[in-house]
Ligand binder design. Structure first.
Ligand SMILES: Cc1cc2nc3c(=O)[nH]c(=O)nc-3n(C[C@H](O)[C@H](O)[C@H](O)COP(=O)(O)O)c2cc1C
Length: 179
């Protein structure tokens, strides 16, 4: 879907958010159709460089296959609506980081997924500055705002508050190599 067809309400949520957000259309190879400044700042790519591409371009040859499989399985599982996935990624300037990607499907009442919302989060940086809890509170607020905006468009999103709250335990289990 060209950028021009993204509903204004979703675009407004993306613009005002301070965390990394991205949206892909659920068709074809799930190309990115909207990213915000938090995303371009985190990854180092401009909007023009990412629009229309599948977000796997952030992965590296060293990214463990099982990390990618977990995301692929989630996206293809009709019963799974939201999830959080650690995946080794690389910024445009070549810095590797453990990205904790939040994903949530925006569905029609029929069950058909129209968009997938994502929020990227640099676990290495968060561990260094101790701001994981603060980030998660912000993620929960932002996801809820997008959920309300989506509702007005007739699209359904899972309530991810519990998943995000549980993630502190998930985070504790993920071993990462600090820079
Ligand atoms: C909206 C959206 C955002 C995504 N963000 C990331 C990301 O930041 N990093 C990443 O490694 N994969 C990300 N993915 C996952 C990949 O795009 C892809 O789905 C994954 O690599 C599994 O599919 P594949 O086996 O076809 O590559 C995202 C997917 C979607 C739909």
């Amino acid at each position: 879907m060209p950028a021009a067809q993204i509903p204004d309400t979703l675009r407004a949520q993306f613009t005002k958010s301070h965390i990394a957000l991205s949206l892909a259309t659920a068709q074809d190879d799930m190309p990115l159709c909207l990213v915000n400044e938090g995303f371009t700042t985190l990854c180092g790519y401009d909007q023009d460089q990412v629009q229309g591409r599948n977000c796997r371009f952030l992965q590296t040859p060293q990214t463990p296959a099982e990390q990618v499989t977990a995301i692929r399985d989630f996206l293809h599982d009709g019963d799974a609506h939201d999830g959080r996935f650690p995946v080794l990624n690389r910024t445009r300037d070549g810095r590797d980081f453990m990205n904790l990607v939040f994903l949530s499907k925006l569905r029609r009442a029929s069950g058909e997924t129209v968009f997938v919302l994502a929020s990227q989060f640099d676990l290495n940086r968060a561990r260094r500055n101790g701001r994981q809890a603060e980030h998660d509170a912000s993620l929960a607020r932002n996801v809820n705002d997008v959920r309300r905006a989506a509702e007005q468009l007739g699209l359904i999103m899972a309530d991810s508050a519990e998943l995000i709250a549980r993630s502190i335990t998930t985070l504790a289990r993920i071993t990462i190599r600090d820079e």
